[in-house]
Design a protein around this ligand. Structure first.
Ligand code: HDE
Length: 701
């Protein structure tokens, strides 16, 4: 016979306190070692006596169907997942506010854009596009940059990306694009990667994708942090004034910390070292009060100005260079609160470009027009019915009322007998607001034939791709060439590689040659057929990433490798200087318990060497005694630590005792490798990557 085991730790250790009314569980508190807790109940409010054992017919006997507590708990668990987003499944979000610093009253009636100083609550979600919800944070991928503004006139969703253009011109191609980049259907891999045959097969058959592909192969798609990337609304929108006059607008987000990307090798290693690298970075920065911030900018232009652009601004594969229409900064966004619950907020937030407020309107960009349909449709399947707007994260923070009723998961209990309009039976039913309600721009299009034709003004697929490449610095051009070689080297079908090269010839002949060389292609294929001959547009330095890097350590992290015998004074001098710059220090030691510094004090570690590679830091210091330096020179994790920091172009401060380890890691002297006593020199070097080092250690195409 089975021995009777105490059913529940909380039951055996606790004393149940009955509230005075004794009719429900609400007043019941259990006193446990941890303090007072509300009573554990079923979803029907029935107090649970034992949360450790299911109800069985007899000792070692079968479980009874009658156990409604077990069935409720397991059933709820079985239904805990909802379909993940078909794109942008992997994402991290946070609450904050938008503050208008410059009024656009002249152009728009939108309250959030007209009262300088006004703060509007926001929820922002950043995402990768291709990977599943459980995929890693650092693949090469476009990042989503979606912001829900809870304005006083309803919710406005600006659902953008971290690059200003898109792969396709017409919404009808979106399922094809996404199918091509996601896992291949027969084999179910690769996860979160564009480096495979189906993506490049599709792309190389879509000349319109070439401009965005250039961006995708640039370091923009391997950002260092979500706090260090730009955001773009991509499409043109309209601002409408009180008379209904329209001004076109493109929206921009600019990170306060400047732009920064990882090196490709670093991004790959980060995927293993910390799959949640960017989510953790966002979480930790908010938790410690170092609130991520972006400036909000607009490019404003009239219809007549748009007519004179050398491209069609309604084509989402084109951008408007800042040199042509400057970006005016009109506000800022600060993210200052992590969600209480990831699922309830970040997972259930439902963005929709069709959520727009009076004073803003859509343009006729055919991609935007398709999106206006897609997002509501996807939420119906993802969140299960038409009442998802009642989920707290999606509900407007201003009053909202209409006569829509019922449906799955209706949470509201409307009163009265009237659920139609017009009506006369109930005085408090909602009515139209003719003066302040949402109005569309009164467009009077000259009617052409109903057709499925692309406008001729969308036909130039190469000029802006060429402009982008020519506008990059040498380092960035080399990285783009490298990314093409890397991605195409993963493509098994030689014809697809050649077809891609045939497009690159229109963008830049030298780029095509470099990529061909990197792939081992001896003879370039003929250039692809171009409907419109590519033109040379003026170089636009604003398109550079490195140019937008700020020489700052703010928001960055410096890793210090220590071991027994490390000089305490050296650690504290460095820590002081790094923290004074607004950066953090993390101590890494062979053991998590830390190291016994010279003089005897133990310095606890933030990470153990084996699990805390240098890819997690922006700059590093190796502060070791001679004995420790020599011992660690034969420890692979330590050798990799310094080799990678050097290879990823980071500043390295070192104590003389670290020499043997630096030698083992192939670290050679350059302007970014500094004596730890030169604290000022190290801080200056740590504010940027050591670009001059790159050609000495990596063969770039
Ligand atoms: Fe999306 N996109 N998209 N997209 N998109 C979705 O909506 C879609 C496009 C973007 O953090 C889906 O709620 C179509 C451009 C972001 O929750 C879906 C087309 C841009 C997010 C959808 C596009 C975006 C999405 C999937 C071509 C940048 C994540 C889940 C017409 C301007 C939002 C969801 C979040 C999400 C459709 C193109 C950005 C399926 C049909 C262009 C940031 O509705």
């Amino acid at each position: 016979m089975a021995k009777k085991i105490a059913a529940s730790p909380s039951r055996t250790k606790s004393v149940a306190l009955r509230s005075s009314d004794d009719t429900g569980n609400g007043g019941e508190l259990h006193q446990t070692a941890g303090g007072s807790h509300p009573a554990l109940t079923t979803n029907q409010g029935i107090p649970i006596v034992d949360n450790q054992n299911s109800l069985r017919a007899f000792d070692k006997g079968p479980t009874l169907l009658e156990d409604f507590i077990l069935r409720e708990k397991i059933t709820h668990f079985d239904h805990e997942r909802i379909p993940e987003r078909i794109v942008h499944a992997r994402g991290s979000g946070a609450h904050g506010y938008f503050e208008l610093t410059k009024s656009l009253k002249k152009y728009t009636t939108a309250a959030l854009l007209s009262e300088a100083g006004k703060r509007t609550p926001v929820f922002a979600r950043f995402s990768t596009v291709a990977g599943g919800a459980g995929s890693v944070d650092t693949p090469r991928d476009v990042r989503g940059f979606a912001v829900k503004f809870y304005t006083s006139a309803g919710n406005w969703d600006l659902v953008g990306n971290n690059i200003p253009v898109f792969f396709i011109q017409d919404a009808i191609k979106f399922p094809d694009l996404i199918h091509s980049v996601k896992m291949e259907p027969d084999r179910g891999f690769p996860q979160a990667a564009s480096a495979h045959d189906t993506f490049w097969d599709f792309i190389s058959l879509m000349p319109e994708s070439m401009h965005t592909v250039m961006w995708a192969m640039s370091d923009r798609t391997i950002p260092r942090s979500l706090r260090m990337m730009e955001g773009f609304g991509v499409h043109s929108f309209r601002l409408l004034d009180a008379k209904g006059n329209s001004t076109f607008v493109k929206f921009h987000w600019r990170p306060k910390l400047g732009l920064q990307s990882t090196c490709w090798d670093e991004a790959v290693k980060l995927a293993g070292a910390d799959p949640d690298f960017q989510r953790r970075d966002l979480f930790e920065s908010i938790q410690r009060g170092d609130h991520p911030e972006w400036e909000f900018g607009v490019q404003l232009f009239t219809e007549a100005e748009a007519e004179a652009f050398p491209f069609d601004h309604l084509d989402p594969t084109k951008l408007i260079p800042e040199e042509l229409v400057p970006v005016q900064i009109i506000g800022r966004m600060v993210l200052d609160r992590w969600p209480d619950n990831f699922f309830a907020e970040t997972e259930q937030v439902a963005f929709c470009p069709a959520n727009i407020v009076p004073g803003i309107d859509f343009s006729d960009d055919p991609l935007l027009q398709g999106r206006l349909f897609s997002y509501l449709d996807t939420q119906l399947i993802r969140l299960g019915g038409p009442n998802f707007h009642q989920i707290p994260i999606n509900a407007p923070k201003c009053p909202f009322a209409n006569l829509q009723r019922d449906g799955h998961m209706q949470m509201l209990q409307p009163k009265g007998r009237v659920n139609y309009e017009p009506n006369s039976l109930q005085a408090d039913t909602p009515r139209e607001t003719p003066t302040t309600g949402f109005r569309s721009f009164e467009q009077r299009p000259g009617l052409g034939a109903k057709s499925r034709l692309r406008p001729e003004s969308f036909a130039d697929h190469y000029s802006q791709a060429r402009q982008f490449f020519k506008s990059q610095s040498e380092i960035e051009q080399a990285h783009i060439a490298f990314a093409f070689v890397f991605e195409l080297s993963k493509v098994e079908t030689a014809a697809v590689r050649l077809r891609t090269l045939s497009h690159l010839r229109h963008i830049d002949e030298s780029l095509a040659k470099r990529v061909a060389d990197g792939l081992g292609v001896d003879k370039l294929p003929p250039a692809a057929t171009a409907t419109v001959k590519p033109r040379d547009l003026p170089v636009s330095p604003a398109l550079r990433l490195i140019g937008k890097h700020k020489p700052t350590l703010r928001g960055r992290t410096v890793g210090i490798l220590v071991d027994d015998g490390t000089e305490a004074a050296q650690v504290s001098a460095l820590r002081k200087a790094v923290e004074a710059e607004g950066a953090r220090v993390k101590i890494v030691a062979p053991k998590i318990g830390g190291a016994k510094l010279k003089g005897g004090a133990r310095l606890p570690a933030d990470g153990a060497l084996a699990g805390t590679p240098s890819v997690l830091f922006d700059a590093v210091a190796v502060l070791l005694s001679k004995t420790a330096g020599e011992t660690l020179a034969s420890e692979a994790a330590a050798v990799d630590w310094v080799r990678d920091a050097f290879g990823h172009l980071k500043a390295i401060a070192f104590s003389p005792g670290a020499a043997a380890l630096l030698d083992a890691g192939g670290v050679v002297s350059d302007r970014g490798v500094l004596d730890a006593d030169d604290v000022a020199g190290f801080i200056a070097a740590a504010k940027t990557r050591q670009w001059a080092r790159e050609p000495t250690l990596r063969t770039l195409p």
